[in-house]
Design a protein around this ligand. Structure first.
Ligand code: B12
Length: 215
């Protein structure tokens, strides 16, 4: 039962079928499948497969867009369920997240944000295609403990470096820990740009945030 629902979620994304994605996301919740499993073992498998086919030239941009939409449709059912599982009463800290300038990929960053919220963190999500100067202004305004920068394109990774540089110039680097993520990023890249941490998935991102808040 569980495996067939996860398989349908994967298929819904590959087929770019938003309705099916939402229907099986609801079925997953009714069947007590943990919503994060429905995302990682269902929807995300499908989106990864479409991404791989896209890079091999096997599918076109339109299919990539449809897969992204179907993933988001399923997530619109599953993410609220993750938030509802929130346990902590007092916030352990404030995290600001956003996708860097030139990059409109939102899915991974939103999963990270939701898992942090479920763990009690106050999350300010600045959205996608956020200019470096806007990150700096918003850090001034909201004073987060942690700033998380997402980048899914090799071409937009330098924007993560740029934000860190601009925080330094504004005299704010000491006030906020910066973490980075997104499929093409690595721990080596994080070290090179002097970020305070890197995580390869949302669960590790939450662990990293907790570690950094403690220190
Ligand atoms: C869906 C998708 C899209 C959708 C995005 C929809 C949306 N609202 O997000 C659409 C169709 C819009 C899209 C557009 C494009 N895309 Co696209 N896309 C993808 C795809 C298939 C999946 C991305 C995704 O959502 N993955 C699922 C999530 C759960 O994983 P994730 O994002 O990696 O996030 C996890 C971790 O990385 C981490 N994480 C993420 N962010 C952060 C932040 C922090 C702080 C931390 C700690 C951790 C963290 O935690 C997350 C959860 O576990 C990938 C393929 C892939 N395998 O990544 C291509 C991919 C990223 N896209 C690609 C490309 C080329 C494009 C386009 C340029 C295509 C075009 N010709 O127009 C455009 C770019 C537009 C732009 N300016 O941004 C390439 C990038 C190649 C590269 N390395 O540069 C990829 C890799 C596809 C490929 N194999 O060629 N895309």
């Amino acid at each position: 039962m569980t495996s067939s629902i996860l398989e349908e979620l994967r298929a819904a994304v590959i087929e770019g079928d938003t309705e099916k994605s939402m229907t099986f996301a609801k079925k997953a919740l009714e069947s007590n499948i943990p919503p994060l499993d429905a995302i990682t073992k269902g929807l995300a498998k499908g989106v990864k497969e479409v991404g791989d086919l896209f890079s091999e030239g096997e599918v076109f941009l339109v299919e990539l867009v449809m897969a992204g939409d179907a993933m988001k449709a399923g997530m619109s059912v599953l993410l609220p369920a993750i938030k509802e599982s929130k346990t902590e009463m007092t916030s352990p800290g404030k995290v600001m997240i956003g996708t860097v300038q030139g990059d409109i990929h939102s899915i991974g960053k939103d999963i990270v944000g939701t898992l942090l919220e479920a763990d009690g963190f106050e999350v300010v999500n600045l959205g996608e295609d956020v200019a470096s100067d806007v990150f700096v202004e918003k850090v001034k305004e909201h004073k987060p403990n942690i700033l998380g920068l997402s980048s899914l394109l090799t071409a937009t990774m330098p924007a993560q470096k740029d934000v860190i540089k601009k925080l330094k110039t504004a005299g704010l680097r000491g006030d906020v820990k910066v973490i980075i993520g997104g499929a093409p990023t690595t721990q080596e890249w994080a070290d090179e740009i002097e970020a305070d941490g890197w995580a390869g998935d949302a669960v590790s991102a939450v662990k990293l945030v907790k570690q950094l808040i403690k220190s």
